[in-house]
Design a protein around this ligand. Structure first.
Ligand SMILES: [Zn+2]
Length: 184
């Protein structure tokens, strides 16, 4: 089955070749060919998913050695237009039409500040335990290096009885750390 690149209209003999083409020729693509079909989300919807994200991230933050390291949260049935609305103006925003996949990342202190704006809550990445005087937090900077938070959105399709069913999932990967109150 022939596959056409939605970005430059070149035709390939297989989907696999198109995937390779896209990865090489359109690595930094930001164009969403079907952008016009994505409606502007309501403020209530945006808030709903921002809040869900904050709750899930905070659940992954803790105060012991198991709370440190690479963490991941996923939200299933996450609408595509919400992801696009939140991230499409970011410098690191990317889209792969053939894989129906978006990605965006935030690095270091600038990334931390930007995400506070995008999720509309300054303390989204910190959880406190007043009794133990410790905090768990999403790590962006330490003495040696900077760390990133990666978002991706992918679509899963199910074809059955001549219908196509779609489900978007957003996944966020980050590094968690914990420490004492006074350090922050
Ligand atoms: Zn192309």
């Amino acid at each position: 089955m022939a596959s056409k690149c939605q970005l430059c209209q070149e035709i390939f003999s297989s989907r696999k070749k198109l995937v390779t083409h896209e990865r090489i020729k359109h690595r930094n693509n930001k164009i969403i060919p079907h952008r016009n079909s994505l409606i502007q989300p309501l403020l209530e919807q945006i808030t709903f998913y921002q809040d869900a994200f904050i709750v899930l991230v905070k659940k992954r933050l803790g105060f012991n050695r198991h709370s440190i390291g690479t963490k991941q949260v996923s939200i299933h049935a996450f609408p595509e237009n919400i992801f696009v609305f939140l991230f499409e103006n970011e410098p690191s925003f990317r889209y792969s039409p053939v894989q129906q996949k978006y990605s965006c990342f935030f690095q270091g202190e600038a990334g931390e500040q930007r995400l506070k704006q995008l999720v509309n809550y300054d303390n989204w990445n910190v959880r406190q335990d007043p009794k133990l005087k410790t905090i768990g937090y999403v790590l962006f900077m330490d003495n040696e290096s900077s760390y990133g938070v990666n978002f991706s959105w992918t679509q899963t399709e199910l074809k059955e009885n001549e219908r196509i069913f779609q489900c978007g999932t957003v996944t966020c990967k980050f590094t968690a750390d914990s420490g004492e109150f006074a350090q922050q």
